[in-house]
Each structure stands twice: as C-alpha cells, then as structure tokens.
Design a protein around this ligand. Sequence first.
Ligand code: NDP
Length: 396
Amino acid sequence: MSGAIGVTVLGSTGSVGVSTLDVLARHPDRYRVFALTAHRNHEKLFAQCLEHEPEYAVMVREDAAESLRAALREAGSQTEVLAGAESLAMVAAHEDTQYVMAAIVGAAGLLPTLAAAEAGKRVMLANKEALVMSGQIFMDAVSRSGAELLPIDSEHNAIFQCMPGDFARGFDEVGVRGILLTASGGPFRTLPLDQFASVTPAQAVAHPNWDMGRKISVDSATMMNKGLEVIEACWLFGTDVEHVQVVLHPQSVVHSMVQYTDGSVLAQLGNPDMRTPIAHCLAWPERIESGVADLDVFKMARLDFEEPDLARFPCLRLAYEARRAGGIMSTALNAANEVAVEAFLDHGMDFPGIPAVIEAVLGETINAPADDLDAILSADAVARERAQRQVSLRKG
Ligand code: NDP
C-alpha cells in the first residue's frame, strides 16, 4: 500500500462529496480514496468507483447496492460493495482510513460521523446536523479519542482560520470578543413578506451564490441553515450564542470574522466554492491547490453587511431559542426542520409552514438532558412524529 493518506468520503454523490473528490483527484500522491458512500444513487457511485478505485463502496439501500455490485463486477472493478447503514460506520472507523469527510445530509450522518470521531480519525465535518443533534456526546467522543475535528462549512472554516490556535483555552483567555457569522440571506432576503406563502420549491433551492444540495438550499432560504450554524459554532469553538452574531452579507465573499478584544477583526475571504475549505481541512496545517480561481479584489465591487430581520426569518430565532434552552431542544429543532423541509419540497406544504411546524414541535417538547445517544435518538424520533402530525394539520 502507498504512503498516501486513506480518505473515506461519506455522501460522495452529493454536492460536498463531489467537490471533495475533485480536490482529492488533484493530489493522487498525497491521498488515496479508501471508501465512498451514497444512499441510493448507484449510477453516480458507479462512475466514482471507476474513477477513484476505492476499496469499499457502501450503498445504504440494498437494491441499489445490488445494482452497483453487478455493474462493477461487469466492469472488472476490484471495489467491494457493502449495503446498509451499519456499513457506513464500518468504513468510517476502518483502520485503513485516516481521514473521513462527513458529507451525508441530515441526521442519517450522525452514527457514521460519530464512529469516525470515536475511532480518532481526522473528521472533516460538513454534516452540521450531527453536531446540532448531539453536540456534547460528539465533542466528548472527539476529546476521548484524540480525533481532529475540522470544519468544512465555509463559515466555520473561516472562523477556524481566523481564531488563535489555542482558542480552546476560552475566548477571554485568548483575547477573542466574539464571532461574526456571515450569511448571504438566501434567495428571499428582500422578497416582500406577503409573497412568502407562494414561494415554490424551485425558487427556494435557487441559491444566489452557492450551488448546494436541496435540503441545505431550503435551509438557506429559511435561514435555518444559519441557525444550525450558530449552534455548530457554539460547539466547535466552545462558546455560547451571546458570542455569535449573525451578519447578513449578500456577496458571500467574507466567509466569517473573529473580533478581538484589542479592536482587531480578522476575516477570511474567497470565492464561494467549497473546494477551498475542503482543501484546507485535507491539508491542514499545510496548504494545497484546490482548483478554486483566485479572488479578484478589483472585481469585488462592494461588500455589504446588514443585521438580520428575525421577523422575516423566524427559523433563526427558533435556533437561538433552542440553543439557549439546551438539552434535547436542538435535537428536536433539527428533526422537525428535516421533516418540514421534506414536506415543503416533496409533499406540497407551503413555505411558511416550515417555521410553523418547527415552532409547534418545540412548543410540545418537554426538555430533558441530552447526555446519551439513546436520549438523542429518542428525542429525534419523537420530534419527527410530532412534526409529521403538524404537517398533516397544516395541509388540512
Ligand atoms: P446532497 O443532498 O447534495 O448530498 C447528500 C449525500 O448524502 C449524498 O451522497 C446522498 O446519497 C447521501 N445521503 C442522503 N441521505 C442519506 C441517508 N439516509 N443515508 C446515507 N447517505 C445519505 O447534500 P450536500 O452535499 O449539499 O450537503 C451535505 C452536508 O454538508 C449537509 O449536512 C449540509 O448541511 C452540509 N454542507 C453543505 C454545503 C454545500 O455547499 N452543499 C456547504 C456546507 C455544509 P444519494 O446521492 O444516493 O442520495
């Protein structure tokens, strides 16, 4: 086996997964693809297996795994195909992989991402929902195993780049006043409020600056994405919501900032392309080519910054409230959001139904400690049931 670092890409057929493979392919001497995983898209995984020749390919769905296995056998590929959600955790924790890209969307990413953390891997975290659901358990697993947790979300990656290396000692200790978390405001930043009820899924997934998967695109349109990111930032950087200020920045060039006690503000800038944070996490603490074009500062006409309007974006308010409440509230928030977004995208619920469903579920949730995985998984399941009921009521 070569000296190249083994990388598992969980969710390789998605938007972040594809960008990850693009960066990996630029550095074949440095990295080798150990395992690729997908849910059902066996055609795309087939093409990725032929190109990257991983040792394992995992399809969560048994029927899709069977199709992939047959196609790879026919093509003479050596890749071994595994099926089922348990196999995700196996390839994430395998001794022949050192790095794991956690790019499955939603709660489905929790168990394999946690398995990578428990096995002490370099965990490159795109799957923010895993951290929102189970922050304490996840961070405890990281510190127990000595895993390296590096943020892929462009904002958190920017914050990580602007923070002092010893930020874990505490903000006061290292002279950090707080985080300025930038947000584009999504496609509806200026839409008249009375038009929100007629927003279609196609409009909601058409993000002005970023090309992303459907769920995160809707999350950006409601600004729940920013709410989840506020919670993610609290866990990653060991702080509370009072030290995380969301800043609307429509151009998405400043990816976030850190404010210091001496009046300095450090920012990270770049073109909106996920290959930059991906390359940063792969190579950290070194730097490698990502394929992203250099930022042309002369073409950057202007950089605007505004305060977010919580009446326009109730999801952001709900995320702040859930984080302040602690316990299982963030788990319930995330679960209700996943159900509500799916209802909007695939089952005809209206766009304002998303915050309405989440608010109703949080109202019904009796808070409890989120100190073990069973408590998290049960809070997730109960919140999903409640959200489904709310969706049915909403659709009448
Ligand atoms: P996509 O929807 O594009 O891709 C999701 C990936 O997860 C696909 O490989 C999909 O497989 C797989 N998947 C879906 N459901 C399951 C399941 N139940 N079990 C196992 N695998 C599953 O998502 P994105 O790439 O946009 O986002 C991935 C994560 O990264 C999200 O958590 C998102 O918030 C985060 N993120 C994304 C950014 C972006 O620019 N896209 C930026 C920052 C963070 P299949 O193709 O077979 O369905």
